[in-house]
Design a protein around this ligand. Structure first.
Ligand SMILES: NC(=O)c1ccc[n+]([C@@H]2O[C@H](COP(=O)([O-])OP(=O)(O)OC[C@H]3O[C@@H](n4cnc5c(N)ncnc54)[C@H](OP(=O)(O)O)[C@@H]3O)[C@@H](O)[C@H]2O)c1
Length: 177
């Protein structure tokens, strides 16, 4: 089954964008092979705000299939992507069972918050950037569900980036359920 992986650059104090919504604080790290990273995925999941930020910059979204989660965007205005406004859990479960590469939960935090609550996130993979932003868009905005994680990998880079990979532990079923 394909995994849904929240892979994101994050400040040490837990933000994925600064107070202006920007990510210029992400330091360069030549040892990270971005092309190998992108090659692990064929599908990207984005919240509306992430999509709107990228739609101005990204050239065709690197050839990936893109699902944008939004209750306000209209499909006919965004023919280059698929807008998902309802039944997120069922849609993603269906996608997980189809053949293909892993699915990149590209961001942002609000989408992560909602998909985590739906049990639709398999791994959390923050690249911790050596910066304190003091505020901004959180990795996981409150209020969110609580989940235990299992550390599956970590890498430390000369730039000071620490790349962590955690598996989201299955939610224990309620007694008697
Ligand atoms: N550091 C990184 O690697 C990284 C990666 C990606 C993004 N970012 C940054 O993150 C910021 C955006 O993140 P964010 O947390 O503020 O917003 P976001 O998650 O990108 O977008 C939030 C919007 O997504 C829609 N949404 C979320 N969950 C949904 C669901 N289950 N069903 C339908 N629609 C859903 C809603 O749109 P509607 O209001 O239209 O309903 C919501 O307002 C940007 O500044 C971006 O630059 C950073």
């Amino acid at each position: 089954m394909r995994s849904i992986r929240y892979q994101v650059a994050c400040s040490l104090d837990g933000y994925i964008a600064d107070m202006a919504g920007k990510t210029g604080w992400i330091v360069d790290e030549p040892r990270i092979d971005f092309s190998a990273l992108f090659d692990q995925f064929d599908t990207l999941l984005m919240g509306r705000l992430t999509y709107e930020g990228l739609a101005r910059d990204a050239d065709g979204f690197w050839g990936k299939t893109v699902l944008v989660f939004s209750h306000t965007l209209r499909q006919q205005d965004h023919p280059q992507v698929t807008i998902v406004s309802e039944d997120a859990q069922a849609r993603l479960q269906e996608m997980r069972l189809l053949p293909g590469k892993d699915i990149w939960l590209f961001g942002g935090g609000e989408l992560f918050q909602s998909l985590l609550a739906l049990g639709c996130v398999d791994t959390v993979e923050p690249a911790i950037i050596p910066v304190l932003l003091g505020g901004g868009r959180p990795l996981l905005p409150a209020p969110a569900v609580q989940r235990m994680l299992t550390l599956t990998s970590h890498r430390v880079y000369p730039s000071g980036i620490v790349w962590l990979e955690y598996a989201v532990q299955p939610q224990p079923s309620a007694p008697g359920a």
